[in-house]
Every structure is written in structure tokens, then in C-alpha cells.
Write a protein that binds this ligand. Sequence first.
Ligand code: 6R9
Length: 567
Amino acid sequence: MSNIGSYEERCKDSNWSIAKRELSYKEGGRLNIGYYCSDRNCELGLGNKIALIWESFSGEVKKYTFQDLKIYSNSFAHLLKEKLGLKNGERIVIFMDKIPELYFSFLGILKMGGIVVPLFSAFGEESLLTRLQDCKASAVLTTRKLVPRIRKIKDKLPDLRHVVVMSEDEDIPVKEREMAFSFGQAPRIKSFECYPSTPETPSVLHYTSGTTGQPKGALHVHSSILSQYLTTKWVLDLRPDDIYWCTADPGWVTGTSYGIIGPWSLGITQVVLDGGFIPEKWYGLIQKHKITVWYSAPTAIRMLMKAGKEIVKKYDLSSLRHLCSVGEPLNPEAVIWSEEAYGLPFHDTWWQTETGCILISNYPGMEIKPGSMGKPFPGIKAAVLSHDFEPITKENKPGLLALRPPWPSMFRTYWNNPTGYESKFKNGWYITGDRSSIDEDGYFWFMGRDDDVINVAGHLVGPFEIESVLLEHQAVAESAAIGKPDPINMEVVKAFVALKPGFESSDELELEIMNFIRKKLSSIAMPQEIEFVDSLPKTRSGKIMRRVLRAQERGEPIGDISTLEND
Ligand code: 6R9
């Protein structure tokens, strides 16, 4: 049993003041995530402790202490504030692979009071443009490899004053509004006066996809650290001597809440692997760095299952103590398999970009029901609601998964979209967009999404974003994008396309359109299949009924189509 108390005990006395106390936060005082994750650990005597073990895909390893984290994040804070003149509240985008600079700059931006906007390094120009335009970013921090994508759209971004290009050497050729930055060559700033942020000062803006419109920026504030700290401690069960590995990329919320803020607010050593998925590489990483706690995602687990149990035996994985998963439904087979293969089950956790922290989970020590998301975090009230937003009290009856706000890491708004934000609340509940049921023991079971958002390997993709880019292709007259079930990735994107007169469907055209999306949006948003159709099912008001296409695709009943235009 762990040292964190049982779920039942915690439910009796849980409240966020425990996190405040443990972080020595005094009501009304300053609260800066950047300070807590680096300087405070040094003040607590952890300066020489390893904060980050970074490994490149080719196997190069670099280690950084909390003292390094403090100094390098200071260097970034200094650069942004003193050299570039950026002010608190400005949106500063990080567009990098998982290199050390990403982690240092994340803390540096928070230290100088900026709002961090992490963007996934696989994003193409259109994905970048919509997000950068929406948040009116003042600066982008990127690398030599990725800067060409920013250059392509720079002219459409009048608010973008600075593009900082990470480089080993500051002497590289740069273009207008650009500068090169090498944290190795930069002055070592021993102390930096952090921006006096309070709990409600904006911190991180994470873009996430919805059914309608372009991606929405969920705005978080500095007090999120209270939730991230306590959930990391109690659900991920991190202890001082742990070596922790979160496989998520900080372009997505798991990679910031639990790949930066959670572990470092606890002064924990974490491993980052900059590279894709290869089972040998992953097992080798666990063996080499003696990883103890591993936070991953169902798609990765399914891929490891596919690679088989034989390969597991070639590695010493005995350092592992606790495993958790997030992002998609964790199928019961995966829980059972991991118990057989690693001697430990994966503990499913549920949460969202908007919630900022884990809210439902298989708490350590609690009996795992394979296939269930577990129970609400101590102190969190969750329910399943009917379509008139009243709690369903009957056991095992599916409804809308809802939560009773507030908690510290709850998002505060959607950037530029207060109406979209307000529409997420009904009768005092936050409506998650997921469907769930609750069993006789209070365990929550995920039933699917209640909207059209597509979940590709744990990454949410908005159909509207794909459809908008499809329409930019010269051959496309109409389009619809849906999620098609996939044995490994949970879902992949399938697009239905009606062509303009004069264009003929062909395999070449299918490939051309797929690549068009990959380049403009990302490989995640790229349709794996395109079906050419004469027309698309629409409501009388002209809205495409993705629901009908999805039901057809899955061989499910189509439901009420009384509003269908072409019936
Ligand atoms: C953290 C994160 C959130 C959506 C969420 C749901 C799906 C996440 C899940 C899960 C089933 C789980 N999701 N965890 N579905 N079981 N344990 O993933 O945030 O990218 O915003 O996605 O992902 O549909 O609503 P985000």
C-alpha cells in the first residue's frame, strides 16, 4: 500500500488547502508556477538533485539539476522580458520538439508573467495560423528545423513581433523579426525576480478541439498548480526517490500538467524521450534510467501489446512500481495484459484540457475494475446527467458526464470565446462532452463522446478544422470528417468528399488530398481513408449530419433523421 492514505480516508478530509499548506502558499500571496517548479526546489535543498534526464532518439543523454532548471529558465525569462521587452499577459508560443529548451522556456515564460501557448511540433502551417491568429501571439520560440513553417505564415501575423530560433550557435543567419538563441551561450542569470502572479493570473493557454468552429484556447491560471500538485502526489503516487516518465508531448495538456508542472512542483526527477514509438526503445529507456512511475496512453499500450510479451522478457523492468494511463478509453484487455506482462496493472485516469488535472481515476490501492475510469478524485463531485441536465440516480444508466466546479485547475475561459465557455455550464454543472455511466460501487464507465470530436490515439481532432482545409483543395466541393474505429489508435479520421464538376475520383486524388491535410494540419488530422460521394446528408438548414455518416460507417442505427434534407 502506498504512503498517501486510502481513497476512503482521503475522501473524508480532502481539500485543496492541503496543497496550499504543502507548497507553503499563503492566502493572498504570490503564486508563480515557474518559481515553484525550479527556484523553490533549490530553496528546499534539492538544487543538486536531477530534475530532467533527457534522451534524444539517437540515444544521447543529458541531465539537468533543479539548479540548472532555475538558471536556464531565468535565462529565458530574462531574454523575453529584458531583451525583447515582452510584458506579462502577452501570449508566447512554444513550437518545438521535446528538447530541453522546451522545458526551460516553459518555466521562463511563466516566471516573467507571460502566457505560454504550447503547440504540437507536428502542426502544419494552417494549424499554426489559426491558433497564432486567435491568441494574437507576440512571440514564437522555435527551432531551426521548424522555423520554415512559421516563416510561411509570418506575413499574416501582424502581432507577431519576435521569432526566437533555438540554435547551438547564435551566429546563424536569421530573417526579419527573428533572432537566434543558444541557452548554452546565453548569460547565466543566477536570480530573476519572478512576476508577482496571483492565483488568478493567466498561465497556460492550451488549444483543444470541439465539434464546431476552430480549436478553442482553454485558459488556465497559476493556481492550477495546487490541483496538479495534489493529483500527481495522490493519483500518480510520486514519491521523492521516483524516476518518473510521462510519455506525452507538452503540445497536449498531459505533457504540461503531468510532464512539467505536477512532477516538478513535487521536486521529482523525470525522464523525457524526444522521439517516437519503438517498443525496444521504450523498454530500453525504462531499464536504463530505472523508471519507477510511468504515465502513458492506451494507444501506446495497445502497440506494446501488439509487439508481444516475448520482447518484454529481454529487458529488466523490475524498477517499475506504478503505471497510469490517460487520453482514451483503456480497454480491459490492456489492464489484464499489463498485469501479465509487467506484473502491474495500468491505472486508468480521466480528465480533459479544460479540467487541467485528473478528476476521475483508479486511485492507488483501490480495487481496479478493468475497463472503468475509476472514481472521482477526493473532494470532486461528478455525476451523469440526463439531457435536461438533472443527475441520473439509476445505476449503470448512461448519460452526460458532468462535474461540479470549481477546483483550482479548472479553465477560466475559452480565449476570445466567452459564449463557447458559458455553453459548457448547465444547472451549475460543467458538461464534459463525454458520456458515461456509474455502477453500483460508484465506478465511472466511459461510454463515448457526446459530440463529433474525433480521438486519434488520444489526440482530439475537430472535424470542422479538417473540413475547412478540405474545402481549400481545388477538387473538393463538400466534405465531412468523422472518426472511424481503429484497433490500435481508437479512431482514425475518415473523410467523405463530394467533388466539384470536372474532377474524377481516383486513388491519386485520394492520396493528394490526404497529403494536403497532413501538410496543412498534421499527420494526426490526416484522413486514413477518403470516400468519394455524390452528396452528403444534410439537415434542412444545410448542416452536414456527421452523425448519419458515423452510424452508417459503424453499422449502427441511424436514429432520428426527420430533419434530413435529402430523405
Ligand atoms: C487529458 C486529455 C479529453 C478527452 C475526454 C475523453 C478522452 C481522456 C480518457 C478519455 C476515456 C479516459 N479521454 N481520458 N476517454 N477514458 N481515461 O486527454 O485531454 O486532449 O482534452 O482530451 O479525451 O473524450 O473528454 P484532452
